[in-house]
Each structure stands twice: as structure tokens, then as C-alpha cells.
Design a protein around this ligand. Structure first.
Ligand SMILES: Cc1ncc(COP(=O)(O)O)c(C=O)c1O
Length: 376
């Protein structure tokens, strides 16, 4: 909670005010010249650095146990900014087949425009085995998500970490769904950990942001990409994000507790065919300190029944995002994974009637009653 909140004289506000400014100004021409020689580029121009942005970067680095972090204007900006720093012409990326649709969409776009970059799509469960067997020769980096969006699948971070260490391979984990409160990929040796901060880190569905954490030297290169490519976070968005991050552990505890309760209730309901919840997955249980606040399920009757269910919810919002204090539900086939072909979705097991739910901080009893009544 305290990381990044350094007191700045002379007024010592308890909360850092919003530095809503694009440029910073200087007392003299000499000060301007000195300023532009500063290594950290603070106090010059918000695309290079801004105190509010620095607060969220220090907070995420502290939470993930990283040396550094770099904030971006969205999760996609953080993912594309980091991958375009890591990948060079002619490189091969080993990517998990199960990824947020925007991430797989960006990788497909990259390969189409820069065909010398190759992406090997590997099923999540095969990544560790592929690396251990030495079958990933020529791979320059590994990219994955765990638990995944939307089927909440998990992969074994310890095994992947061991194989990547042996081959000296940088690897990157999207930790948006677990958050550093429940899972810290860097402790398993991951090089980079990335977040859509729009989700749990912000926590109130009112800010779009992204952030990546990792070692100093690598993050300096990512920061250079950010300064050149320009996807910087706005200071007001950074202020809101820092405010959200202060309550992250409290929200995650409450939201995970509610989600575990709903996962159990749904599994026992005759109208529910299948429930996906990391708390029931032995791999997730080994590396996450609780089951998390995301779940997915299928109701009997497929797409028409899933649509009817969404329409009958009263408390739970129909909402194409996640990680906020309010519970939201959505059909991934028409939102987060709409960009994938129907065949690709079928291969991944994302059925048209799959419902993904982000569980909030409401009363667990109220949420349960809303679900049970919509299912009835
Ligand atoms: C797991 C995951 N990663 C990345 C993103 C992209 O984040 P943003 O929407 O902040 O760009 C999302 C968005 O839904 C996501 O669910």
C-alpha cells in the first residue's frame, strides 16, 4: 500500500496530488538543459515520466517482487510494448494457444505484417513438456496466461520456470486473472509479468491501464519502447489506478471468497452442466493462495439458455470486462474471443453458451440468490 507514496515537499499531502500536466516547466535555460540530462527523465514531459505514473509502477514492482515496472495506457499497450521490445526480426515466439482474444489477435497481426517473426501456438498443457523435451529449439521467448481467459485453465509455472532457466529463455506471464495477491510468477523465475490494470489492479471498472514488471535492464528497454511508441498512461488514470491498488488485497480476499461460494453453488445446480474454477484445479491450487474471483460455466440448453440466463440477472451486470468491485457476466464467444474464428473457439473449448463471471464484493447471499433465480 505504501510503495511509491513518497512525501514530496513542501506541503506533504497525505495522497500524491494529480500532476495533470503534459510538460513540466523550468526556472532557467540551464535547468532545462540539466533536466534533459537526467537519467530517469522525471520532471520533463509526461510521455517520458510523471510522478503519478511512478507511484503505480513502484506499487506493482513491490507487489510482484520485481526490480522495476513500466505502466502503459492499456493492458494491450503493455503486452504489445513488451513483446515488440523482446522480439526481433527472425525470432520465434512460443505462445500458449489459450490467450485473451486481443493478445492472440495482436500476435496474428504482427506475424501478418512481419512474416519473419514466427509464433508457435502450443496448447497450455503441452508448454512445459515441449520445453523439457528440447523441442522448442530456436525459440526466442515464451508467452502465456495462467489462469486463462475465459476457461480458467492453469499451467505449471514451476516446471516452465525450470525449463526456461535451463535454456536461458525469457518468459512472460499475463497475471491479470490471479493478481500478485494470489500468484507471483517472478517467484517461479518468469522474466516479465504483465497485467491489464483495467481489471483487478484498478478494481473499480473506471480506468483503462496496463503494466509490466521485471528486471531493471529489460524494463529499461521496454521503457524506451514506451517513450518512442507513445502509449503512456494519463496522470489522472494513474491516480485512479494507485487508489485502486491500495485496496487490492482486501478486494481479492472478499471476491475470492464469494467466487468459491458461487462455484460450489453452481456445481450443485441441476441446470448447470459444467463449472470452471481455479479453486478446483490441482495445478492452480499449488501456485495460487486462493481460487481467485473469476469463474466460468455452461448451462443446459447452450446459447439460447445462456442468453436467457443473462437477461434474467438483476444484480449481476452484463459487462464485457472483469476485476471490478461489481459482479459482471458475459459470453466470451461474442466479446473477449469474438475475434477468433468459430472453428478456433471450438478447438479451444470455448462454447457459444459459455458464461464467464467476474465476482465482486457484494453480499455472497445476494449474489447466490440472483444466480439461483436466473437459473430457475
Ligand atoms: C487476460 C487479459 N489480458 C489483457 C487484456 C487487455 O487489457 P486492456 O483491455 O486493458 O487493454 C485483457 C482484457 O480483457 C485480459 O482479459
Amino acid at each position: 500500500m505504501h510503495a511509491g507514496e513518497r512525501q514530496r515537499p513542501p506541503h506533504q499531502p497525505a495522497v500524491l496530488p494529480i500532476y495533470q500536466t503534459a510538460p513540466f516547466s523550468f526556472d532557467s535555460a540551464a535547468a532545462l538543459d540539466d533536466g534533459f540530462h537526467r537519467a530517469d527523465q522525471q520532471g520533463l514531459y509526461t510521455r517520458y515520466a510523471n510522478p503519478n505514473i511512478q507511484v503505480v509502477e513502484e506499487k506493482l514492482a513491490a507487489l510482484e517482487g520485481a526490480a522495476s515496472a513500466v505502466a502503459f495506457a492499456s493492458g494491450m499497450a503493455a503486452i504489445s510494448g513488451t513483446l515488440s521490445t523482446v522480439l526481433h526480426a527472425g525470432d520465434r515466439l512460443l505462445a500458449a494457444a489459450d490467450l485473451y482474444g486481443g493478445t492472440s489477435g495482436w500476435l496474428a497481426w504482427l506475424v501478418e505484417r512481419h512474416p519473419s517473426v514466427v509464433v508457435d501456438w502450443v496448447p497450455l498443457d503441452d508448454i512445459a513438456g515441449r520445453l523439457e523435451a528440447g523441442a522448442a529449439t530456436g525459440t526466442r521467448a515464451v508467452y502465456l496466461e495462467t489462469p486463462t481467459n475465459p476457461l480458467l485453465r492453469s499451467c505449471d509455472l514451476a516446471r516452465i520456470g525450470e525449463a526456461c532457466r535451463r535454456d536461458d529463455l525469457p518468459w512472460m506471464v499475463d497475471n491479470t486473472f490471479a493478481t500478485p495477491i494470489l500468484q507471483r510468477p517472478l517467484e517461479f523465475g518468469a522474466t516479465y509479468v504483465v497485467h491489464s490494470a483495467t481489471k483487478y489492479l484498478g478494481g473499480h471498472s473506471d480506468v483503462t491501464a496496463g503494466i509490466v514488471a521485471g528486471p531493471d535492464e529489460e524494463l529499461e528497454s521496454v521503457r524506451r519502447t514506451l517513450r518512442l511508441a507513445g502509449g503512456c498512461l494519463d496522470p489522472h488514470a494513474a491516480f485512479l489506478l494507485a487508489r485502486g491498488m491500495r485496496t487490492l488485497p482486501l478486494r481479492i480476499a472478499r471476491q475470492s471468497e464469494n467466487a468459491a461460494r458461487l462455484a460450489e453453488r453452481l456445481a450443485a445446480h441441476p441446470a448447470v452442466e459444467k463449472v470452471y474454477y481455479p479453486g478446483n484445479d490441482p495445478v492452480a491450487r499449488r501456485q495460487m493462495s486462493a481460487g481467485g474471483a473469476m469463474l466460468a460455466f455452461e448451462v443446459a440448453g447452450g446459447l439460447p439458455a445462456a442468453n436467457a440466463f443473462l437477461d434474467r440477472l438483476e444484480l449481476v451486470k452484463i459487462m464485457p470486462s472483469l476485476g471490478g468491485v461489481e459482479t459482471g457476466a458475459v459470453l466470451p464467444a461474442v466479446t473477449s474471443h469474438k475475434a477468433l474464428s468459430a472453428q478456433r473457439r471450438a478447438e479451444l473449448g470455448i462454447r457459444d453458451g459459455l458464461i464467464r463471471m467476474s465476482v465482486g464484493i457484494e453480499s455472497g447471499a445476494d449474489l447466490e440468490a440472483d444466480l439461483v433465480s436466473a437459473l430457475a
